[in-house]
Design a protein around this ligand. Structure first.
Ligand SMILES: [Zn+2]
Length: 175
């Protein structure tokens, strides 16, 4: 929260769509029109693409997608804002437990910690989740670069958010 200024015209909003289970990002058109962009050679884009294996990155607000691997999908215009949805879905997948199946001697003499002896455990693929997180990180950086330029919105920017995306943070990416 910026406590040094007041009544800053809104340049983005975040929300939640319970029906589609999507995060909602609304970007003010004044922001979209004049936004800074990263260069393809910028280290943040190169490092995220390399470290997480993303296929693409888009930051052109005139197209239907924003972010890595097209995770922000444009839904249309809502007044003076461009609205994007970010689908959030379950990332678990049932797989054969590879902890107890090869364990001839049950060390703890208890049910398997990973499958409860059902031989089926849940494996998680975080690639989409990292694409969502990294896309928000890059968006928030672009937004922060324009914090002193005003939009025409009569709503206020109540919060400014900054995040980072990195493996092994265990959910602690909000700064
Ligand atoms: Zn098991």
């Amino acid at each position: 929260m910026n406590t040094k200024e007041k009544n800053i015209p809104c340049w983005y909003e975040l929300g939640w769509d319970e029906v589609t289970k999507s995060l909602i990002l609304r970007v003010h058109k004044d922001f979209a029109k004049n936004s800074y962009t990263f260069l393809d050679s910028d280290s943040i884009i190169q490092n995220y693409t390399r470290d997480f294996g993303f296929s693409s990155y888009s930051q052109d607000f005139s197209t239907d997608y924003f972010g890595f691997d097209d995770v922000f999908k444009r839904r249309g215009d809502v007044g003076e804002f461009i609205e994007y949805e970010v689908k959030i879905s379950y990332i678990g997948k049932e797989v054969v437990c590879n902890f107890c199946s090869c364990d001839a001697e049950n060390f703890f003499n208890k049910p398997c910690l990973f499958c409860g002896d059902s031989k089926v455990m849940i494996s998680y693929d975080f690639k989409h989740t990292f694409a969502v997180s990294a896309s928000f990180t890059t968006f928030f950086i672009l937004a922060s670069w324009r914090r002193y330029e005003k939009t025409s919105s009569n709503q206020f920017q109540l919060f400014e958010i900054n995040t980072t995306t990195q493996r092994g943070l265990n959910g602690g990416s909000l700064t």
